[in-house]
Write a protein that binds this ligand. Structure first.
Ligand SMILES: NC(=O)c1ccc[n+]([C@@H]2O[C@H](COP(=O)([O-])OP(=O)(O)OC[C@H]3O[C@@H](n4cnc5c(N)ncnc54)[C@H](O)[C@@H]3O)[C@@H](O)[C@H]2O)c1
Ligand SMILES: [Zn+2]
Length: 357
């Protein structure tokens, strides 16, 4: 069953469509109308069948151009950013034209940033093709590229005109990528969404074997939570920070490993284990709830081992986290399952204890 949601405030409100085979003329037509030219941005790891489908639907509406980047995090570069801007200018794109991102978070992030800056902003659509992009990066309006000083250091808050989530495209996604995306789904369950938590507890087998109905449902519930939070706090002045649950530690683990070997979601699973343990050590959640959380992470087969991460090694990365305000480390912890809090008052010793297996 097709599902619909909205995110964004007032004139920046946009529709998110979720269904099996969502890449359809009927879903795209309302978004493609009124544009003379469309630039489709994708990468060479995205099955080209998906890109061709979007191209085919777009052609009757506008002149279609295409940029296919080399896949991988390095595609979010200043060089590619400039290359795409020049391509738009060379082809006389004006402010009424459109960008369509077809791909994972990498494609979505750079496409959105290009859209936010070309001629001070042209409209764009997200067609996310990884689970991570479907439940996370395509909704919320954060766009970014990387510079040599660090990941996502340059970007803008810029909402898309619409998001089309087609669950069938996940079939070609490598299993490891799919499972890494599930870490963000678990995150939404832990920070806000009780019904998602129960669904994850009871339907692990169906989810891991990618049964469509239940996949559609977990994507829907994930976005329900994300849309609610980002609509309340579009520019991350407050509540939006709870979306970073597990990320202070996860980012430290990723950075410590120089972003190799471990996928973002795999690091976030370990980060959520640490944040949950600290929540327990701070007497915010019961032992029983703590066990329930760890059991859920195990149910989805995450490797939660922490023995290779020494606190002293991770510490500099933990304290370099973007979430530090006025020299204070703000942690996202749990007050109970499905209720996150942001706090800077915690026992620093528990940071180290939280890292113990
Ligand atoms: N803007 C945000 O709010 C936000 C949130 C979370 C993450 N991100 C960003 O998202 C990026 C990670 O996104 P990602 O995990 O989607 O990685 P990704 O975009 O690199 O995609 C992973 C790989 O899967 C391939 N792929 C994509 N769709 C496929 C499909 N349907 N079948 C087979 N292969 C497919 C891609 O070509 C790529 O090689 C990071 O750069 C991160 O910073 C942004
Ligand atoms: Zn994340």
């Amino acid at each position: 069953m097709a599902k619909e949601l909205f995110a964004g405030q007032r004139q920046n409100k946009y529709k998110i469509v979720i269904s099996k085979e969502a890449i359809l003329r009927k879903n795209l037509a309302p978004l493609l109308k009124q544009h003379n030219k469309t630039l489709i941005i994708s990468d060479d790891g995205v099955p080209q069948k998906i890109v061709r489908k979007v191209t085919g639907i777009s052609k009757p509406f506008s002149k279609v151009f295409k940029v296919i980047l080399e896949h991988g995090e390095n595609a979010k570069s200043v060089q590619n950013f400039q290359k795409i801007l020049n391509y738009l200018a060379d082809n006389n794109f004006d402010r009424t034209d459109l960008i369509v991102a077809v791909g994972g978070g990498v494609v979505g992030d750079i496409s959105g940033y290009v859209a936010s800056s070309y001629l001070r902003g042209i409209e764009f659509i997200q067609i996310p093709t990884t689970l991570l992009a479907q439940v996370d990066s395509s909704v919320g309006g954060k766009t970014a590229i990387n510079i040599s000083a660090g990941k996502n250091l340059v970007g803008a808050f810029y909402n898309p005109k619409g998001v089309i989530i087609d669950t069938t495209v996940l079939k070609t996604l490598p299993n490891r990528e799919f499972k890494a995306g599930l870490a963000e789904v678990i995150k939404y369950a832990l920070i806000e969404n009780k019904s998602l938590f129960s669904l994850l507890e009871t339907h692990a087998k169906k989810i891991l074997s990618m049964e469509n109905n239940v996949i559609e449902e977990i994507i829907f519930r994930s976005i329900q939570t994300k849309a609610k939070i980002v609509t309340k706090d579009e520019r991350e002045n407050g509540i939006r920070a709870i979306l970073n649950f597990g990320h202070t530690f996860g980012h430290a683990i990723e950075a410590h490993g120089k972003y190799k070997k471990i996928l973002h979601g795999e690091a976030i699973a370990k980060g959520m284990k640490i944040a949950s343990k600290i929540s327990y050590l701070e007497n915010l959640i019961t032992e029983k709830d703590h066990t329930k959380i760890i059991d859920l992470l195990h149910l989805y087969e995450f490797d939660l081992s922490l023995n290779q991460y020494k606190f002293q090694k991770l510490k500099p990365y933990i304290f370099r986290d973007k979430k530090i305000k006025a020299g204070k480390l703000n942690l996202v912890l749990l007050n109970q399952i499905s209720k996150a809090i942001i706090t800077s008052s915690f026992d620093v010793k528990n940071l180290q204890r939280g890292l113990k297996d």
